[in-house]
Design a protein around this ligand. Structure first.
Ligand code: PBG
Length: 320
């Protein structure tokens, strides 16, 4: 077996998996105001103003990254029990989408559909008096949220809430409103995970969250259930599906890819990013090597692309 590994040209010739900047989606956090706000639990990642996001979009375009994923840090006074700011057509998210479509129309914009950046309790949906997240009532609000995003120019709406039936409801509404080319990337197999902490800091929901998300996000012990989630979201009209978190769930990615032969994406989430950065800071390994190895592993597992906070860094490495 070592013959084909014996020289760089031969390793290049026998390489089975290719990673390019086109496989990357760059998650970005937007905030009101004009300052860059570093996120302490996500070292190297900041919240940006709308103008800052436009700059990142130009950077992404120049690096060959095809798509950005946007997440808002809603001002505290606009968060409420019912998360109504989510479907305000002039909310931070919609203003950012419009600015991007104006300045950098050639880049894809993926938007998160879920209520957690807008609710005073930090849940992804509406809650009853016992704190239980209501399915169908939430779904109706998610439809309104997805519609203002599509109206503002979102190319892909990505429901990350894990309500049942929301993909069909969003697809129907998009069709009725003439947004037939707006894609749906369903967070299909999203697990209740300990890896989301820094993200919740970034959108400002960590301190607000009451309880956990286990009544809607999946049990990390389950794999058959992931296949059922994917099957349902595809039947409801999803164009692509996501597995999340990423690296600890490569087995799920591979199974989904083999079972359905559809575009599968993974989210290398905030806690994974932070662990890599902590490892680098501790002298465990070299950042560049870790970034390329982990992202290539997603491709090997069957991913069309990966959402990663290392997107710009990885694209720079790949351009060398
Ligand atoms: C919530 C949402 C979460 C992430 C993306 N969308 C967090 C959660 O479910 O609590 C996590 C992403 C990350 O950790 O990087 N709608």
């Amino acid at each position: 077996m070592r013959r084909t590994r014996s020289a760089p040209w031969s390793r290049a010739l026998h390489r089975e998996t290719v990673l390019t900047p086109a496989n990357l989606i760059w998650p970005l956090f937007v905030t009101e105001g004009s300052a860059e706000e570093p996120i302490p639990t996500l070292p190297g990642v900041s919240r940006w103003s709308i103008a800052g996001i436009v700059e990142r979009a130009k950077e992404a375009r120049d690096l060959g990254i095809p798509c950005l994923a946007l997440f808002p840090n809603t001002p505290p006074e606009l968060r409420s029990e019912d998360g109504a700011e989510a479907y305000n057509p002039d909310n931070l998210m919609c203003r950012t989408i419009r600015a991007l479509k104006d300045a950098v129309p050639e880049i894809g914009v993926l938007t998160d559909v879920a209520l957690d950046p807008y609710t005073s309790h930090g849940h992804d949906g509406l809650i009853d008096d016992k704190g239980y997240v209501l399915n169908d009532a939430t779904s109706e609000v998610l439809v309104r949220q997805a519609m203002v995003q599509a109206e503002a120019g979102a190319d892909i709406v990505a429901p990350s809430d894990m309500m049942d039936g929301r993909v069909a409801a969003i697809r129907d509404a998009l069709e009725s409103a003439g947004h037939s080319n707006v894609q749906i990337m369903a967070y299909a197999a999203k697990y209740a995970s300990a890896f989301y902490g820094p993200f919740r800091d970034a959108v400002g929901s960590r301190g607000l969250l009451t309880g956990d998300k286990k009544t809607y996000q999946m049990d990390f012990a389950n794999r058959e259930e992931a296949l059922r989630e994917v099957e349902l979201d595809l039947a409801e009209g999803a164009d692509s599906v996501m597995v999340k978190p990423g690296l600890p769930y490569l087995d799920i990615i591979r199974e989904v890819k083999d079972a359905f032969a559809v575009p599968v994406f993974a989210y290398q989430v905030s806690g994974e990013y932070a662990m890599i950065e902590a490892g680098v800071a501790a002298g465990v390994a070299d950042r560049d090597a870790l970034v390329i190895e982990t992202l290539t592993a997603f491709r090997r597992a069957g991913c069309a692309g990966v959402l990663t906070y290392h997107a710009a860094h990885a694209a720079r490495l790949l351009a060398r």
